[in-house]
Design a protein around this ligand. Structure first.
Ligand SMILES: NC(=O)c1ccc[n+]([C@@H]2O[C@H](COP(=O)([O-])OP(=O)(O)OC[C@H]3O[C@@H](n4cnc5c(N)ncnc54)[C@H](O)[C@@H]3O)[C@@H](O)[C@H]2O)c1
Length: 308
């Protein structure tokens, strides 16, 4: 280990399992003191089990690192404030926030309940805001800080059966770009990761969305077999890099990370345009031009299926 986070204090939410656990352990190995945040909920957000956060914190300590467990939920403003306060109470400062906490409540849009929508938005989108907002109050005062959020290909590209999750993850990518602009002038950076890794979250998908997708003839984002091979600990080194002094000018970006591969995602920009110098388009001119040029040969991600 290179000690690239020596003397830093990091909060990692959702660190009791999966990707977050790997991030917390790597940050500790790189010299950071870590607040391991996790209420140990089930994949649908129900339940509570303090042992997950405590287990990871004790693993870190047994490896010679410094960590405390925190079982607050990210889903409320009060929880976000307590999580940030926990870093101050335990280690006297805060340098890095990583927001890995997540749940899944997959359902096709026509069957999705308000509760399923609200729960997923609360943990992912609001749960990113609650911690980042309170951290940013400190970061602005101290003129330093690193924010690494977790988006998903489901939000960047779209994945059937995940309207709540995709909306939250797309929202997190947009949120991160705005926070990058709000906080960059104070020397703070905010970047987002879209990971792919075999965790219990992915293990939950075959019983829900993958079955629905398969029934509807719609493919998922990746082959299941391929995802099962991907070690969640492979995400951590790049998160460590973004949190380090090496990445002091990397701001407002999204990275796809899995296995040994890290990709910088492109920023959305116009691909093809049509232009009417007279301003408002008459529809009888617009429709044939749009069909013949602007929207020609665009693949449909979910083409109509024959009736069953
Ligand atoms: N695994 C993948 O392939 C993949 C793909 C895209 C995005 N992601 C994202 O990466 C992040 C980590 O996912 P993972 O695969 O490690 O999942 P995971 O289920 O293994 O871990 C998520 C952790 O978040 C915790 N959590 C849930 N609700 C919480 C709350 N209210 N407050 C605090 N913690 C809470 C859970 O207890 C759990 O330990 C998530 O944001 C997920 O959406 C993962």
């Amino acid at each position: 280990m290179a000690d690239i986070l020596q003397g830093k204090v990091a909060i990692v939410t959702g660190a009791g399992r999966g990707v977050g656990r790997g991030v917390a352990r790597l940050m500790a190995q790189e010299g950071a003191s870590v607040v391991v945040v996790d209420p140990g909920v089930n994949v649908d957000g129900s339940g509570f089990d303090a042992s997950f956060a405590e287990q990871v914190a004790s693993e870190i300590r047994s490896e010679g690192g410094t960590a405390v467990a925190c079982t607050e939920s990210v889903a409320t403003m009060e929880g976000g404030e307590k999580i940030v306060q926990s870093a101050i109470d335990s280690f006297g400062k805060l340098d890095i926030v990583v927001t890995c906490a997540g749940i899944l409540r997959d359902r096709m849009i026509f069957n999705m309940t308000e509760q399923e929508w609200d729960d997923v938005i609360a943990v992912h989108l609001k749960g990113t805001f609650t911690v980042v907002k309170h951290a940013c109050i400190l970061f602005r005062q101290q003129r330093s800080g690193r924010i690494i959020t977790f988006s998903s290909q489901s939000g960047l590209v779209g994945n059937s059966g995940q309207a709540n999750y995709g909306a939250a993850k797309s929202g997190i990518a947009g949120f991160t770009k705005v926070v990058a602009r709000d906080m960059g002038r104070y020397g703070i950076t905010a970047n987002s990761i879209a990971p792919r890794a075999a965790t219990r979250m992915i293990g939950a998908i075959p019983e829900s969305a993958n079955e629905i997708r398969a029934r509807g003839g719609v493919s998922g984002l990746s082959e299941e077999g391929e995802l099962e091979q991907l070690d969640p600990d492979d995400i951590a080194p790049f998160v460590g890099y973004l949190a380090s002094d090496y990445a002091s000018n990397i701001n407002g970006q999204t990275f796809l990370v899995w296995g040994g591969e890290v990709s910088l995602m492109s920023q959305p920009r116009p691909e093809r345009s049509i232009y009417n110098p007279d301003g408002h388009w008459p529809t009888d001119e617009l429709a044939p031009l749009a069909a013949g040029y602007l929207t020609r040969d665009i693949p449909n991600p979910a083409p109509a299926q024959p009736p069953r």
